[in-house]
Ligand binder design. Structure first.
Ligand code: 5GP
Ligand code: ZN
Length: 114
């Protein structure tokens, strides 16, 4: 845990959030500023700031994050489609530097993304 990290604090329940999934590797919670009717953030418990800092030991958790996303999408009935996004670096719009995957659903999406 990184004592200065917002998402580490959410994972440790030191800052409140609507937690939707928690296990020993991964936790997921509702985004405070939703960009779609369903907007969930999925994080590894181990603190690393972005994909750029992911290590070989993170291979399993990176896979698990995607399986958790699919499970949450099923639970939220996102049958028509959903989008998973990882912003890596400020130039891609990353603002919180604890790796997280966005799960967005409940509306239509366009391509290319903005
Ligand atoms: P990024 O821009 O880094 O890819 O995504 C960061 C996300 O974290 C944003 O969608 C933002 O709304 C969300 N966020 C920022 N602060 C908080 C917070 O305190 N609680 C929750 N639940 N989400 C947050
Ligand atoms: Zn963190």
């Amino acid at each position: 845990m990184n004592a200065d990290c917002l998402f580490c604090k959410i994972g440790a329940k030191k800052i409140p959030a609507k937690i939707l999934h928690a296990d020993e590797d991964v936790f997921a919670f509702e985004d405070i500023g939703p960009q779609a009717p369903t907007h969930i953030l999925i994080c590894p418990r181990r603190h690393f700031s972005s994909l750029n800092e992911a290590a070989p030991e993170d291979q399993a958790v990176l896979g698990k994050m995607q399986l958790v996303a699919a499970e949450l999408a099923r639970k939220h009935h996102l049958l028509h489609g959903y989008r998973t996004v990882i912003n890596s670096g400020a130039g891609a719009g990353q603002t919180v530097f604890h790796l997280h995957m966005h799960l967005l659903g409940g509306r239509e999406f366009t391509w290319p993304p903005g």
